[in-house]
Design a protein around this ligand. Sequence first.
Ligand SMILES: C[S@@+](CC[C@H](N)C(=O)[O-])C[C@H]1O[C@@H](n2cnc3c(N)ncnc32)[C@H](O)[C@@H]1O
Length: 225
Amino acid sequence: MFIHKKQLRRCHKTEQYVYKNMKTFWNERYKQEKYAYGKVPNSFFREKLSKLQPGNILLPSEGEGRNAVYAATLNWDVSAFDISEEGKNKAEKLAKENFVSIKYLIGNFPNLNYQNEQFDVIALIFAHYPTHIKKEYFPLFDKKLKSGGLIIFEGFSKNNLKYKKDNPNIGGPKNINALYTTDELKSFFNNYDIIELEEKEIELQEGLYHNGRGSVVRFVGKKKY
Ligand SMILES: C[S@@+](CC[C@H](N)C(=O)[O-])C[C@H]1O[C@@H](n2cnc3c(N)ncnc32)[C@H](O)[C@@H]1O
């Protein structure tokens, strides 16, 4: 299909606009003193990580650092990134409170110079993106993971929109494209041995913004050698 240069520029401008708006939204949310999703790690992530030998872990879209700091207390070498400077400040404060250190970068994933096959684990916890970012980020998650490495994933499913109608306190994106299905995870990670993959109704109690009954997709996959 022929795409005019002007159309491409318009598309790029819209993407930049979305990025700026997202950044403002998340900085506003994280400006408050309280931790938006609490200081304790996500329970699915905790359960999975506690069974593994420490190595290098990457936490994309890590917000205020609850999962990164937990991993660091278990002696993982922790890298994290996000688009929110306020999130980074809170994460570094939480790391200090726990006497650990984490390497936290700000920016768009493709612009951050992580090495290919750098990580033993990449953990995506409520990392929600519009379609164009999903297309950019997911192939890169695969590239940055070592062969034999693990993806640990929990995110709201597309069915969470129904739960959110009855219970707005559950949180999660309104944009259906930013939510997940099990098929989507299968196709993102099609070269993986699936250890766990399910859509599940769960009860969350995570800080101010994830409370009550909701629907998530959970995935644990091992990159094939
Ligand atoms: C629901 S929060 C989850 C935070 C953290 N993972 C947790 O579970 O506490 C979603 C995070 O995605 C980040 N985010 C949104 N768009 C992003 C993008 N394009 N690149 C990186 N992070 C992004 C936001 O700044 C926010 O911190």
